[in-house]
Structures are given as C-alpha cells and as structure tokens.
Ligand binder design. Structure first.
Ligand code: HDE
Length: 706
C-alpha cells in the first residue's frame, strides 16, 4: 500500500524579501496557492501539486521517466556544487561599506578616496588557505582578507592576508608551495595543517619562506576571531594622481577592537567543540546588530625612498617596518550585514588582483604579476565561463558596458546590430574615455630577457630575525613551541635537521630551543646567499606589545546551576554587557537554570556542549547543591581546567572548592585572575581582569616552557 501522503502546506513557508525568485507572484491568481500564498513551481514556472511523491505506475510500480518534476529537481541537486577554491576554499563573508576620512587627491585619483565621509559598498571574504571547504576554522594557517570595493569607477579588489609577507618571491613557485602544504596526494591527509613532511620538506629548500614561516608559527596564525585580526595587501602597489605622478603604497587593515589570538591548546580544543568558531562569531555579531570595524592605513613612500631601503619593496617576503614608514589612516570599513545566501555570495564571489580602478596600479613585484593572471583564470573554471562578472555579487554597482558578447550563461540581452567598436551605426553606444579611463602608469621598462631572481631579493633571514626579536618572551615561547610541535609531526629526520639549519641563521636562542625540543644536536647552519644582519626590532609586529585592555566584542561564558544566586548572576551579566562583552549562559540543561528568585534564566548552551575554550573569560555561579552536581561532571571539571590552562580570568562562588579540586586546581594555583565572588565588588574586579585578556604570568605553571 502506498504510504499516506503527508500534505504540507506551502502557504506558511516564509519567503525572504530578497530570497523570492523574481517570477513568484507574477502569474496572477492561477499562480497562487488556494489561500493566496506563493506557489511552488518547477524552474519553468509549472505549478507543482505534490512535492513529496514521484510519479509511478500503481502503488508499488516503477517510477516513470516522464516525471519532469522529479527529473528537474534531481538534476539540479546533482549540479549544486562548483569546484572549491584551490586555496582559500573555506571562507566567511560580510557586506558593509568603506568610509573615506579625507581626500587623498595628492597621491591618488581613485574616485572613492576623494571625498571625506563618502561611503563605498564593500563585500569582504575571510578565509583559511590550506584546508578544504569543510575543514575547521582554527587551523594554524594564514587567513585571507579579501575586500571588494564597489566604487563608482568600477570594482577594486584588495585581496590580502592577515600576515604582511608571503612565502615565496616568484609566482612560479606557488603551485609547489600549495601542493606541499595541502594534503598528500596519495592519502588526502593531513587536512588543514602544515604539520607534515611535504610542507616542511619544501620549506627546508626555500629559505625565502622563513620570514613568513616565523609569522605562521606565531599566534597570528590562530586568531581569536576574524574581527580581531589585521589585514595586509602584502605587495607594494602604486597610487597615481591626476598629474600622472606615482607614490608607492602598502595597504593595512587594523581591527577597531584590537588584534587577539588564542593559544594552541585552545585552538585544538575549539576545533573539536566548534569547527565553525570563526564563521559563527562573525555571523552572530552581525546578526545581533553589531558591526565589525577595520581602519585602512597606508604606508606611502616614493620610488627614491624605496631605493634607500635595505630591502627590495618588490619582494613580497619583506615588510616595511612602521617605524620607517608610519601608517597614514585613510578610512574605515564597517561590516554590517551577513550575506543572504552563502553560495550565491560567499561562494560565488570572484576576487581578482587585476581589478583596480583609475588611480591604483600594480608594481613589478613578480608575485603580484603572477596573481594578475591566476585569479581571472581560476574563476573561469570555478564559475564556468566568462560571464561570472554578471553574478550579482561580482557585478559592478556602477554602469558598465562594452562589446563583449555571448558565452556561457549570458544574462544580459544587448539589443541592436552593433557589437563592435569603432562604429558609425550606433553613435549613442558606449565609447572609450581618453581623459578619465584607466591608464597604466607610464614607467620606463627595459632589460635583457632572463629567468633570474634579483640580488636585492637575496637576504632571506634578516627580517625573519627582526620578526622573532620583536616579539615578547611569551610570543617567542609560542613560536618555539609551534616549531617543535610541527617538526615533531615530520617523520623524516633530515627534514627536521634542514629546517633547524635555517633557524640557526635567524636566531641562536630560537634554534637552540627548537633543537633541544626535537632532541637534535650538532646541526650546521644553512649557507646563506646573503648573511643576515640585525635590524631594529619593531613593536608593531607583536600582538601583545600593542594589546590594550578591552572586553569590546569578547564573550564571557557564565556557567550557572539551578538555584544560583540571582542577584550575583544578574550583576555579572550586567557588568559584562556594560563593558561591551557578550554573555553566553551555560547551564546543566539547555532549558536554562532556575535561579534563587524562582525565574528561569534561559541557557545558550549546555555544559556538556560548551567547553570554556569557546569563551574569553568564565564565571561559575552555583548553589550548594548545584556545586556538588558540577563537581561530579567531567564537562564541568574540563570547563575549569581548560579555562585555567588557557590563562583566562575565572570568577566563582566559594562553594566550588570540590569542583576545583577535581579539576586539579588547589589553593596554591589561585592567582590574580581567579576571583572568588564573595562580595559585591568582586564582580567589577572580575570584569576588569577579564578585560586584561590572558594572564600570561600563569603560562609557565600550566605548560613547561619549550
Ligand atoms: Fe591568492 N589565490 N595567490 N594570494 N588568494 C586565490 O583565487 C594565487 C597570494 C588570496 O576569498 C585563488 O579565486 C597565486 C598572496 C586570498 O575568494 C587563486 C599566488 C595573497 C584569496 C590564487 C597567490 C593571496 C586567494 C584561489 C602567488 C595575499 C581568497 C581562488 C603568485 C596578498 C579570495 C581564487 C577569496 C585566492 C592564486 C598568492 C591572497 C588560485 C598564483 C601573496 C585572500 O587564483
């Protein structure tokens, strides 16, 4: 017998304002359900009467090929995926605007930088590099930071990373770098990590990578949030003014709420607890009505100044210390809206280094030159043809018109017989604009045709050393620990040794500590093309030297038991929110906790599903009975143990001694960031301590220094 048909009404199905296909509702009364709601149709607009059962011969008979509704639906489903990006496959995006602080006409004629306060719409995609689309957010990796500015003179794409330098100097090495970093081809693992032989094998033969290697071994590669990382255009760009004069520029994004990272153990645990930690964080921030703000800074310098630097500004493995060329803040970017549809926008967005507007131009950086080819090329494969610029997320928001025609998925219907230029038959159609159209900067270029790397690119270690020596002791410890971790996953001893031979050129102490951690000795330094020199340390390269206390945009986890003191809980929530933090309530049951005043405080999470690694600081408020229950719960013990190990501020009611003991913590472990909530003022003290961030002084107690 045929199963009874479950008739689901389509009338109550919410159809989002932007989500509704444009044809819906246009067909008059016959194109509505009986009570006037939008109708489910095929892609040809044929009304569908039954979306639950395919067409068959009798209740047990074969399904008919004739069933065009079934065939269309399955066919479309079969083709839902497009190739994921070869790098930066996993990403998250947001809409917003860029606001110019002051006219920049002196250095650039870029239209969107001419008027104070002018807003230009943007779409930003943050990403990891090595992992597949379904990998985890907290992988140790570079983060992509790609911004599409929809200016009135066309789209400008600033496709940067959260690290200001890159692994290689010449685009021809990129496929090898990426092959080595991604999963091994014979086994398709490890996923989203560099801790394997092939990556370090390649790196050990690529001394130019070592500056960027220092950055990815640092906490920069495990950011706390997309909202809390810096962004860099990496290459030297040219800005060009209306007199045709050029100024070199490096682009920097600075997060308004500060740069912050997690510690490695935290990253590992977040990966298990919430692989979408960064995506969720961005999405929830915008969904909750908050904004994400980054300032845009420029390092501006002339060609003559560039000639005076000790490094080549066309070499993407080098940065320009801010102490030499300070940042000029020129505007801010405000992200304020989540995409409506992940596939249509985040997945289909096509960034391209070649998308520049009049007033912005390229430099001869050989890495940048290779990228000029790669991005357009990859979109043809990924998005299936030359008309991907017509997909709404990619289309310019200004008028655009030319005589390019046809091709896969042409969505425009250009009228008339003229599809060429020059012409006399269509005098009103689009024409070139010699005065304000894009003109490449007129640089003098001459030379012999060669495959060669300039000598000025040959110093591979000085800036790696500068980076390492610019870090605080805590940050240096993390770099050492990360190198030991990664290289301990490398099975081939000779690779480990070769890597250490490069570290010996960077910093003796670094090399000695890593060698010790790997049990290696007697390694000889690599032979350097150019001997490294000491540069002045740059405080701007350290996250911790720049960190200012704040709870803005952070999240406090409040673990609450039934019958917990309502006044205390409410005071903590109020104090945290007043300091700009979000609060997530973690309870024994997802229904929430019934507090001492008899009111139920709804929970965001259940304790077994919300480890403390998901929060910036934690507070635990329990009744006596609740405290006894928590003490017996493994998840609650881990909550405390990890909060302590991840150097977080912890506030707690004084009935939780048993839980702390079971978590392995004694009175002797209680330090300044452990706050017993005995008097009213303790809440304020906890909030202040939480704003200071991690208690680094605790670290040697929980992790032996590498
Ligand atoms: Fe990319 N890169 N890249 N890259 N890159 C891509 O383009 C490439 C480089 C960066 O959110 C691909 O559309 C080459 C540096 C970001 O959609 C591809 C070289 C920097 C994104 C590509 C580099 C980046 C990409 C893959 C060496 C920082 C994600 C999919 C010459 C300045 C954009 C795609 C998004 C994506 C090529 C090096 C940043 C294959 C050949 C340096 C943020 O075209």
């Amino acid at each position: 017998m045929a199963s009874p048909k479950k008739r689901r009404s389509t009338t109550k199905r919410p159809v989002g304002k932007r989500g509704a296909p444009s044809g819906i509702g246009n067909g008059g009364e016959t194109h509505q359900t009986a009570d006037g709601g939008p109708l489910l149709t095929t892609n040809q607009g044929i009304p569908i009467s039954d979306n639950q059962n395919s067409l068959r011969v009798g209740p047990h008979g074969p399904v008919l090929l004739e069933d065009f509704i079934l065939r269309e639906k399955i066919m479309h489903f079969d083709h839902e995926r497009i190739p994921e990006r070869i790098v930066h496959a996993r990403g998250s995006a947001a809409h917003g605007y860029f606001e110019c602080y002051q006219p920049l006409a002196k250095v650039t004629k870029a239209d969107f930088l001419q008027r104070k306060g002018e807003r230009t719409p943007v779409f930003v995609r943050f990403s990891t590099v090595a992992g597949s689309k379904g990998s985890r957010d907290l992988a140790r990796d570079v983060r992509g930071f790609a911004v599409k500015f929809y200016t009135q003179q066309g789209n400008f794409d600033l496709i940067g990373n959260n690290i200001p330098v890159f692994f290689i100097q010449d685009a021809i090495k990129f496929p090898d770098l990426i092959h080595a970093a991604k999963q091994d081809p014979d086994r398709e693992f490890p996923q989203a990590q560099t801790a394997h032989d092939t990556f370090w094998d390649f790196i050990s033969f690529t001394p130019e990578s070592f500056h960027t290697v220092m950055w990815i071994m640092s906490d920069r590669a495990i950011p706390r949030s997309f909202r809390m990382m810096e962004g860099f255009g990496v290459h030297t760009f040219r800005l060009v003014n209306d007199k045709g004069q050029s100024t070199f520029a490096k682009f920097h994004w600075r997060p308004a709420i500060g740069t912050q990272s997690v510690v490695w153990d935290e990253a590992v645990k977040i990966s298990g607890a919430d692989p979408d930690f960064h995506r969720r964080d961005l999405w929830e921030t915008l969904d909750g009505g908050d904004t994400v703000v980054f300032e845009l800074g420029l390092q501006l310098f002339t060609e003559e100044e560039a000639d005076g630097f000790d490094f080549d500004v066309l070499d993407a493995t080098k940065l320009i210390p801010e102490e030499i060329v300070p940042l000029k803040m020129v505007g801010r970017m405000v992200l304020n809206r989540n995409p409506d549809n992940f596939f249509a926008e985040t997945e289909q967005v096509a960034f391209c280094v070649a998308n520049v507007v009049p007033g912005i131009d390229f430099s001869n950086d050989p890495l940048m030159q290779g990228r000029l080819f790669s991005y357009l090329d990859t979109q043809l494969k990924r998005l299936g043809g030359p008309n991907f610029h017509q997909i709404s997320i990619n289309a310019p928001k200004c008028q655009f018109a030319n005589f390019q025609r046809d091709g896969h998925m042409q969505m425009h219907v250009p009228a008339g017989r003229v599809n060429y230029e020059p012409n006399s038959l269509a005098p009103d159609m689009q024409r070139e604009a010699p005065a304000n159209g894009f003109r490449s900067f007129t640089s003098e270029e001459a030379g012999t045709k060669l495959r060669i790397r300039p000598e000025s690119f040959a110093d591979h270690y000085s800036q790696a050393r500068m980076f390492y020596q610019s870090q605080t002791d805590v940050e240096r410890n993390h770099i050492v620990a990360a190198l030991i971790f990664e290289l301990s996953k490398v099975e081939t001893r000779a690779i480990r040794e070769r890597v250490v031979s490069h570290l010996l050129k960077i910093d003796d102490d670094l090399a000695a500590r890593v060698s010790k951690g790997l049990g290696l000795s007697g390694i000889r330094p690599a032979i350097a093309a150019v001997e490294p020199r000491d540069m002045d340390p740059s405080a701007a390269l350290s996250i911790l030297k720049k960190a200012a206390p704040t709870l803005e945009g952070r999240c406090i986890g409040l673990l609450v038991s039934d019958d917990a003191d309502a006044a205390l809980v409410n005071g903590l929530v109020k104090g945290a929110r007043a300091a700009g933090a979000k609060v997530k309530i973690v309870a024994e049951k997802i229904a929430g906790a019934e507090l001492s005043d008899g009111k139920v405080l709804p929970a965001n999470e259940r304790v077994a599903g919300a480890p403390s690694s998901l929060f910036d600081a934690v507070a635990i408020v329990a009744s006596d009975k609740g405290a006894a229950r928590l003490a017996r719960m493994g998840a609650a013990q881990d909550f405390v143990r990890d909060a302590y190990a991840h150097l977080k501020a912890i506030a707690f009611t004084d009935n939780l001694a048993e839980l702390f003991t079971k978590s392995g913590l004694s009175d002797a472990d209680m330090d300044e960031a452990c706050v017993s909530l005995t008097k009213r003022a303790d809440t304020g003290r906890f909030i202040e301590l939480a704003a200071k961030g991690k208690l680094w002084a605790r670290e040697p107690k929980v992790r032996p220094l590498p």
